[in-house]
Every structure is written in structure tokens, then in C-alpha cells.
Design a protein around this ligand. Structure first.
Ligand SMILES: Nc1nc(=O)n([C@H]2C[C@H](O)[C@@H](COP(=O)(O)O)O2)cc1CO
Ligand SMILES: [Zn+2]
Length: 159
């Protein structure tokens, strides 16, 4: 008889998004994203980080201060990186698994790429204008979004 405790698709892809957070250098919020085709093939992954050539050690990770001295003007979001990391040509009907609900800017890219569904884990910025605007655009463009339902399974990796 076959093994029954295997990972279902949602668990597998959210697991990959979660593992990707381990690459982030952001001391406060690590985000991971995994883009998957309609037929469940992984197209791309990403995590939040500074642009190429912008040193993790030299650019700021602060949350508070002036625009130039905080991370927000510089850091690439996980979903944005996952979209940019894709080397293929067709994301139509794809799904994006992300550990944090996309902001308005990433949402625009998600919509323009033809991604059809967002599966997110955390929505801790739901009350911010960025996320309210994101949901408004998603609703208008018919992109679905749903929260991932945790199954309470812990997986330990020995690396
Ligand atoms: N959906 C998202 N994907 C992301 O990759 N991020 C990144 C940008 C920052 O590096 C970090 C948020 O920092 P903080 O404001 O929680 O300290 O997460 C943020 C959001 C929120 O919209
Ligand atoms: Zn974003």
C-alpha cells in the first residue's frame, strides 16, 4: 500500500516558499515565493533581498529613519524576485505561493504576468493601504487569492 503522509501540492509548494525564506537577510521579515504552472511544475522561486551588486552588508536593513537610510527603497520583494527569476515565457494561469500577502507593486506584476491565483500564508499587513489596494486590483482583474491552510506538520531538514 502506498505511503499516505506525503505532501499534497499546496504543502509542497508552500514548503518551498518557506524554505526560500531561509535565504533572506532581512532581520525582521523573511519572505519566500514559489511560482507554479497550472499543471504543478515549479517555474520560479524568490525571496526578499537587495538587488544584484547592492551589498547586503552596505545597504540598510533598518525599518525606521529616512527613505535613504531604511530598506524599503532598495529591497526586492520575494514575489518580484520570483517573477524576475523566471526564464521562461509563459506564466498564464500560474499560481504564486507566498509566505506573505503581496504588496500593491508586486500585485501589478502578478496581474500583468497572467498569474491566476495567489496562495498566501500570512497577511500581517492586511490593514495597510498597500494590501487594500492590492486586493482591489486583484478583485477587479479576477485574480483569485486564498490563505494557505496549515496542516500542523513539522519537517526537520538536516543540512
Ligand atoms: N509581500 C511582501 N513581500 C516581501 O518580500 N516583503 C519584504 C520587504 C521587506 O524586506 C520585508 C518587510 O519588512 P518589514 O516592514 O516587515 O520589516 O519583506 C514585504 C512584503 C509585504 O507586502
Ligand atoms: Zn511587493
Amino acid at each position: 500500500m502506498k505511503k499516505t503522509d506525503y505532501l499534497k501540492w499546496d504543502e509542497y509548494f508552500m514548503g518551498i516558499a518557506l524554505l526560500s525564506t531561509e535565504r533572506s537577510k532581512d532581520p525582521s521579515t523573511s519572505v519566500g515565493a514559489c511560482i507554479v504552472s497550472e499543471d504543478n511544475k515549479i517555474l520560479s522561486v524568490g525571496y526578499n533581498g537587495m538587488p544584484l551588486g547592492c551589498s547586503d552588508d552596505e545597504f540598510p536593513w533598518e525599518r525606521e529613519g529616512s527613505n535613504l537610510d531604511t530598506k524599503y527603497f532598495y529591497v526586492c520583494h520575494a514575489e518580484f524576485n520570483a517573477i524576475l527569476n523566471y526564464t521562461g515565457t509563459n506564466m498564464k494561469g500560474a499560481k504564486v505561493y507566498t509566505t506573505l500577502f503581496p504588496c500593491n507593486e508586486c500585485t501589478k506584476a502578478i496581474i500583468q504576468k497572467g498569474i491566476a491565483e495567489i496562495i498566501y500564508m500570512c497577511d500581517k499587513y492586511a490593514s495597510t493601504d498597500a494590501v487594500i489596494a492590492a486586493k482591489r486590483m486583484l478583485d477587479a482583474s479576477g485574480v483569485k487569492y486564498r490563505q494557505y491552510q496549515p496542516i500542523g506538520k513539522d519537517i526537520t531538514l538536516s543540512l
